[in-house]
Design a protein around this ligand. Structure first.
Ligand code: ADP
Ligand code: MG
Length: 455
């Protein structure tokens, strides 16, 4: 196994357990310089990162490395690829130029003009009952930009294929007609660009640039919630493009009606076209996706192993892929494909997600944040509809995630009777089992809870 492959396995692991921002902050520009029989040397960009990797992620990094190379006892970090006091065999240092990390590599696949990644196409997108409407609508608009559904709004939980589908629309539009002007951008990038343009007084130029587009794709639009200036400028751009029949495609983690602090005029624009959701894929679709990824990566493994992954990882396709990558990393190190028993062993650590700890404050904050209500209102006596449901969700999550007793939860939520809490818990529990929307909301809130805790 090359250093690059070993480090890639670590990055894959870390990426799964961290928020994207966190992952980028701490792992961008890192690489594995050398590894000998019992230690490895990791290059980091600066002292700040070095300290964090050593203190905060050191154990997890070592564990991951050891799950692949049990003989490794130690991980050392060095700034900018300069060797510091690590006794290693000479040959291990033969290649001293820092290797490209995962991230640099995927950057290279991204077109500078459109921000599109060629990897994401309709051809590599597996269609199942969870995404067939979103898929059909996406494909339909590429045949006649701006004329079929405008805007197209796609929503669904994390890791379910929104970005893939949005990018496929862009790639398809260009492959059909090279002259089409396409731009893919995340709403966070867009907001940053707007702020920058306002500062440099180049906002008019920016608007003009956008006005020339045939297809504007904005990913994760929910993040413009509460950003008034961005919403203003976006509204103007939206109208301009829409008026000229130019295609707009948006994605979000939830439907427009559920994005708090989104101006009414934008909400009604978003709802004016086609809204399609992506849900959690069923077993057959998960298996088909795994087979597709194997084909893409030119990797062969027995169907039993794939079936095992598909039946154990259900809610997030990115994680499904992560598990497969882990198997691939194993094959590269040992230059053999793991058999079923080894696959089970490899994934054991992965499936028993480490015990995650949270606090009741973090839960309350995340719930309030998700529904766009003040945290204090969850505690107050209000019976307003907008508050009652978030409060019930908070009760449910407090029970599930902290295992607090019902009376304890009642007292944390403004001295409510424990029977109220039990009622809320049972109601949401039932919804979680039977209602797709509630299930997804809970997943999203939990993601927030554990991110807040990390940060
Ligand atoms: P989201 O934007 O919804 O968080 P992504 O589009 O980033 O999710 O998808 C996460 C990963 O899962 C990507 O690597 C993507 O290629 C893959 N993926 C998701 N859905 C499918 C699908 N239906 N077919 C093939 N790959 C998929
Ligand atoms: Mg995405």
């Amino acid at each position: 196994m090359t250093n690059e492959e070993l480090w890639k396995a670590v990055l894959t692991e870390m990426e799964l357990s961290l928020s994207r921002a966190n992952f980028t902050t701490w792992f961008k520009g890192t690489s594995l310089l050398a590894n000998n029989s019992n230690s490895v040397l990791v290059s980091v960009p600066n002292g700040f990162v070095k300290e964090w990797l050593e203190n905060k992620f050191g154990r997890q990094i070592l564990q991951t490395i050891r799950s692949l190379r049990p003989e490794i006892r130690e991980v050392k970090y060095t700034i900018g690829g300069i060797r510091v006091g690590l006794a290693m065999q000479k040959k291990d240092f033969a290649q001293f130029v820092p290797e490209k990390t995962n991230e640099d590599k995927s950057d290279a696949d991204i077109d500078k003009l459109t921000n599109l990644n060629k990897r994401y196409t309709f051809g590599s997108f597996v269609v199942g009952s969870n995404n067939e409407l979103a898929y059909a609508a996406s494909l339909a608009i590429t045949k006649n930009l701006g004329k079929v559904y405008n805007p197209l709004f796609i929503y669904g939980g994390v890791g379910l294929g929104k970005t893939h589908l949005l990018q496929a629309v862009g790639n398809q539009a260009i492959s059909t007609d090279q002259n089409k002007k396409v731009c893919y951008i995340s709403s966070e990038r867009l907001t940053a660009d707007i702020v920058e343009s306002l500062k440099n007084k180049t906002i008019e130029e920016m608007k003009q640039r956008y006005a020339k587009l045939d297809l504007l794709i904005i990913d994760d639009i929910q993040f413009i919630a509460g950003k008034e200036r961005t919403q203003d400028i976006f509204f103007a751009t939206f109208n301009e493009l829409y008026g000229k029949n130019r295609q707009i495609v948006l994605s979000s983690d939830r439907p427009p009606s559920a994005i708090p602090a989104l101006e009414e005029r934008l909400r009604s624009r978003f709802e004016g076209g086609m809204i399609a959701d992506i849900g959690i894929p069923d077993y057959e679709t998960r298996l088909a996706i795994l087979n597709m990824k194997c084909k893409e990566k030119n990797f062969e493994v027995d169907q039993n192993s794939l079936a095992y992954i598909a039946s154990n990882i259900q809610k997030n396709i990115r994680e499904l892929e992560g598990a497969l990558n882990r198997i691939i990393a194993f094959s590269q190190i040992y230059t053999k494909t793991p058999d079923f028993k080894e696959v089970k062993k490899l994934l054991a650590a992965y499936l028993n997600t480490p015990y995650r700890k949270t606090t009741h404050q973090s839960i309350m904050r995340s719930v309030a944040d998700f529904y766009g209500v003040p945290p204090n209102d969850l505690i107050k006596r209000s019976r307003k509809k907008e508050i009652v449901r978030p409060r019930q969700i908070a009760m449910f999550l407090l029970r599930e995630e902290t295992k607090s007793s019902f009376p304890e939860i009642g007292s944390k939520l403004g001295g409510r009777d424990h029977s109220t809490v039990i009622h809320a818990y049972e109601k949401i529990k039932k919804e979680e089992e039977n209602d797709e929307t509630t299930k997804q909301e809970l997943t999203l809130i939990k993601e927030r809870i554990y991110q807040t805790f990390e940060n």
